[in-house]
Write a protein of this length. Structure first.
Length: 83
């Protein structure tokens, strides 16, 4: 994907010089930064999912044998509570 960014020229020049001195290009540096941020976001999502699953497993509800969910009945019961 190709994108256009608006970055002050002084910043671009400073980072371009740093990237070249460190054996990379400005484009590669930006790609690396974006990839690192995407990995961090994915790690945070995964950690939230793990916490949710741990919570759900620790707080299991046990329905009586033979109980079946009925959307209409249970919805009406919930509405009556707000009556």
């Amino acid at each position: 994907m190709s994108i256009t960014l608006s970055i002050p020229p002084a910043i671009v020049q400073e980072v371009r010089e740093w990237a070249e001195a460190n054996g990379t290009s400005l484009n590669q540096y930006v790609r690396d930064c974006l990839a690192a941020k995407a990995a961090e976001i994915e790690q945070q999502r995964s950690a939230r999912a793990d916490r949710f699953l741990a919570f759900a497993r620790a707080n299991l509800a046990h329905a009586p044998k033979g109980w079946r969910f009925n959307r209409q009945r249970d919805g009406e019961r919930n509405l009556e509570a707000f009556g």
